[in-house]
Design a protein around this ligand. Structure first.
Ligand SMILES: [Zn+2]
Length: 243
């Protein structure tokens, strides 16, 4: 599995908000500005036909209208499926209407976008040999919020989405070779995200696993890099990791 950390920052960071591209065709989260970011890294946005949204905070889905427009401009008729929590389709429509009043119906009639809102995905086939399992995580007041396990030939990659430390994070790490985890803050100052101290504890507890951090504030990124933890990768936007 090839994963590209397209965005690794949090709101307010220099680098783009958290988003990961898997095998060039599956995108996990679509934060503001990520369509342009994908292009900067030479990725073909039109090839992305599966989108997995972790939760409905703006820095995880506000670029969907621009993604839809891209498919419309190039008259792409092949099906694109957007997985997300309940209300994803309604909120995207509202966002689109706000951005481009009166255009949504016409645009959607000319392309093939399917929204799949779910409560639970249990080994749902996405494409080729890739399956997904959703994991309910704890992102404070934002409910539901999901993490994902992507499975390809029993080599799983985990994604926490936004979450504080909870049993679901242990589950994701235990069941993956590599996990991409929220590390927003250097100290544990927020009750809806993990911080560097928690990531250090996870790296120590699961020494045989590789942890990749994302959703980082600039100072969190710098502190984490300076720690030189053996099984921790602190990526910059655009980094590719093959698993
Ligand atoms: Zn969030």
């Amino acid at each position: 599995m090839e994963i590209r950390l397209v965005g690794t920052g949090s709101i307010g960071a220099v680098q783009s908000s958290a988003s990961t591209l898997v095998n060039k065709k599956i995108l996990i989260d679509m934060p503001n500005g990520i369509v342009k970011r994908l292009k900067q890294f030479g990725e073909n946005v039109l090839n992305i036909d599966i989108v997995l949204i972790t939760h409905l905070h703006g820095d995880h889905y506000f670029d969907i209208p621009f993604f839809i427009l891209e498919k419309y401009f190039y008259k792409i008729k092949e099906k694109t499926t957007i997985y997300g929590p309940k209300d994803t389709a309604r909120k995207v429509k509202k966002l689109f209407e706000l951005a481009f009043p009166g255009e949504y119906k016409k645009v959607m009639e000319n392309i093939n976008i399917e929204f799949k809102e779910f409560k639970n995905l249990e080994n749902q086939k996405l494409k080729d040999n890739i399956y997904v399992e959703s994991v309910l995580v704890d992102h404070g007041k934002c409910k539901p919020a999901y993490g994902y396990l992507l499975k390809e030939n029993s080599r799983n990659v985990g994604f926490s989405g936004d979450s504080k430390m909870c049993e679901a994070i242990d589950y994701i790490v235990q069941n993956s070779i590599v996990s991409v985890l929220d590390m927003s803050f250097a100290e544990n100052i927020n009750h809806a995200h993990m911080g560097l101290h928690e990531i250090e504890r996870i790296c120590d507890k699961y020494k045989e696993k590789t942890i990749i951090t994302t959703h980082m504030q600039d100072y969190t990124r710098n502190e984490a890099k300076n720690k030189n933890i053996k099984n921790l990768i602190v990526p910059d936007d655009g980094q590719i990791i093959n698993i």
